[in-house]
Write a protein that binds this ligand. Sequence first.
Ligand SMILES: [Zn+2]
Length: 476
Amino acid sequence: MTAYETVIGLEIHVELATKSKIFCSCSTTFGADVNTQGCPVCLGLPGALPVINEKVVEFAAKAGLATNCRVANYCKMDRKNYFYPDLPKAYQISQYDLPICEDGWLDIEADGTGKRVGIIRIHMEEDAGKLTHNDKTGHSYFDVNRCGVPLLEIVTQPHMNSAAEAKAMLENIKEIMETIGVSDCKMEEGSLRCDVNLSVRPIGQEAFGTRTETKNLNSFRSVVNSISFEEKRQIRVLETGGKIIQETRRWDDELGVGYSMRSKENEQDYRYFPEPDLVPIVLPQEKIDALKESLPELPAIRRNRYKTVYGLSDADARQLVFVPAFANFLDEAIAAGATPKAAANFLMVGIPFLLKENNLTENQIPFSPAILAELIALIENNTISSSIGSQVLAELFSQKASPKEIIEAKGWSQVSDTGLISQAVAAAIAENPQSAADYKSGKGQALGFLVGQVMRATGGKANPKMVNEELKKRLS
Ligand SMILES: [Zn+2]
């Protein structure tokens, strides 16, 4: 049997976080009542004239600078002509031969191996409206609100060879776009979606196989699953003597299958021509240089700093940098005096859990980084144990008080009173003679059980270090 290699290129659509649309002043707020955010411009009514939103150009240039692209001093918008019911104008304003950014790259890491993935271009365009199909009534409904919402399309080179690499690339794009503040990248709201171009070829063959394009994947899971489905399908077709047809495909996430949607259009089908209602876009080099200067620390550099300066592991650094809201919080907590590792742990475990419990997003941690620093200090100076620390954290989600105030009000201060601890330890040994005997006969894990008994008896307030020492003293 022939061994095959998969070749993948991505087209990533990033919805920009501007307040208004790309060519009119309509709001871009997600989740507004249907058909409340439209005007003659985004509906393309005769005589309406588009004006480009300067913020879109700025965001596009920043996206290019953050992904090592060359940003053009001169570019233009073009008309891409096609009819679809979600596109009342019957054309989309996009960019054709002169995109704003070209020739970039990102370094990714997948399955422990690093790789540089090229970016062919980044261009600006407008989104179409939204269609909702109701199977029960057999009707389709159209919502204009999304017409004219600004998008970036990031087109990569076909440099990826596995689902893991495609996922890593998409993750890199997501964390960069969020970090530089051009998009919220909420995949569940469609602000980050991805088309996968995929072909297979026998290993050693230079020419690419025929590729298919799977459209509109809006979760990392569907990107990974659709790739593994499509590469298997193509190999099966070739192995049984068939031919791959160049086509556009859809992915059904629930069923876990891809299916053909239409044979792929060629560029000439769109009859691109320069958009006659918009002047070309001129970006002086000084403006581009100033935008580059204004970029915040990028994820790759931040990850490296977390490892070298904070001493975090590679996995921890990756997890934290992936959520810029958490990374920013971590930096501020550390600036306020928190120990890096302790603050990182709260941001990887306790805080995400409580945000979810309370239906809050990553940007809605209800207390300041300085408060987290204070909580960590109270644990480290043994005012409270770490298990009480978790309870204080939960309280911080439900009341506006400092950790100190919460501890006082609840009477949670750690007991470091030698007499009390000694009493509790004696009681635990008396109540669990078997465990005491086990420990004496060399079974070290019996100690952990006895510590647990003392902690429980003292409501989690005993100083665990002192409990440990006292137990060892009495059992030696
Ligand atoms: Zn409008």
